[in-house]
Design a protein around this ligand. Structure first.
Ligand code: AMP
Length: 284
């Protein structure tokens, strides 16, 4: 595995790879790698000849009161994990390399950026769309791999690629979970033991929604109400949102009908830590 920190070096290295007609797969991350990230690499390995991973904690996507400074970082550990998972090129630039001057350009996606996390994290998805577009310009991958765990991010990126005709295939990958159902996240390390125990309620609330749908419930409001009740039973949980929307449009769903593809999404705070999870489900 080669490790590079400069944009020009990455372009040079990949020019050779492209000349050999290899299919390039790309896995963008913010590092502090866990099994969720490594599954993206595994899928990329299966579908591509050459796998590039980026590790970059992108300041553009953090709000002024968010956790940019304290976001967990461990490049040496990440380097070992990425290599063991089969990454060929690891791109880990400094902020100064990606943004040497004030960035005046933003990629803004209307509508899909607005509900759910967009409401409480203004500017977040502009930051994501901008850095991913920039990384696509640097790596020029044939395919890029994103986790369904961040379903709204996936919808935003799919919209960018479509609207700007970026020649990359976006491959969604299923959410990887801990044995008790908690979605893996670099932010899980922030949780106290008590919070960690109660955090399984996100997954449990999604399972509850799945059971209600299977039992024939078709009122989104009733599903939301049951989920809220379950989550509120955990004393440390503070709900940010519980939503039922159409996927990938992210428009509100009220009465659910056969053929609907739904995103049931939750965001819950435990102390300073904000956790998200979701279920994408197609109704028969
Ligand atoms: P992050 O480092 O959190 O920005 O995530 C980088 C990529 O890994 C994104 O495409 C995420 O959706 C994906 N990812 C993060 N956590 C998981 C997970 N538990 N399962 C699957 N993919 C994940």
């Amino acid at each position: 595995m080669i490790v590079l920190s400069k944009i020009a070096e990455v372009r040079n290295a990949l020019r050779q790879v492209r000349r050999a007609d290899k299919r390039i797969g790309f896995v963008p991350t913010m590092g502090y790698l866990h099994e969720g990230h490594l599954q993206l690499v595994k899928t990329a390995r299966e579908q591509c000849d050459y796998v590039v991973m980026s590790i970059f904690v992108n300041p553009l996507q953090f709000g002024p009161n968010e956790d940019f400074q304290r976001y967990p970082r461990d490049l040496e550990r990440d380097r070992r994990r990425a290599e063991a998972a089969g990454v060929d090129l690891l791109f880990a630039p400094a902020v100064e390399e990606m943004y040497p001057d004030k960035v005046l350009t933003r990629v803004t996606v209307a509508q899909v950026s607005e509900p759910l996390c967009g409401r409480t994290r203004p500017g977040h998805f502009d930051g994501v769309a901008t850095v991913v577009t920039k990384l696509f310009q640097i790596v020029q991958p044939d395919a890029a791999f994103f986790g369904q765990k961040d379903a709204q991010q996936l919808a935003v990126i799919q919209q960018v690629v479509k609207d700007l005709s970026i020649p990359v295939e976006i491959v969604p990958c299923p959410t990887v979970r801990e044995p008790d159902g908690l979605a893996m996240s670099s932010r899980n390390v922030y949780l106290s033991p008590e919070e960690r125990t109660q955090a399984t309620v996100l997954y449990r609330s999604l399972q509850l929604a799945r059971r209600l749908l299977a039992a024939g419930e078709r009122r989104a409001s009733a599903i939301r109400a049951e989920m809220v009740r379950l989550i509120e039973a955990e004393p440390l949980a503070r709900i940010e949102y519980v939503e039922v929307v159409h996927f990938p449009q992210l428009t509100e769903a009220t009465t659910l009908a056969a053929g609907d593809q739904l995103l049931i999404a939750v965001a819950v705070r435990f102390g300073q830590t904000r956790l998200i999870d979701n279920l994408i489900i197609k109704l028969d």
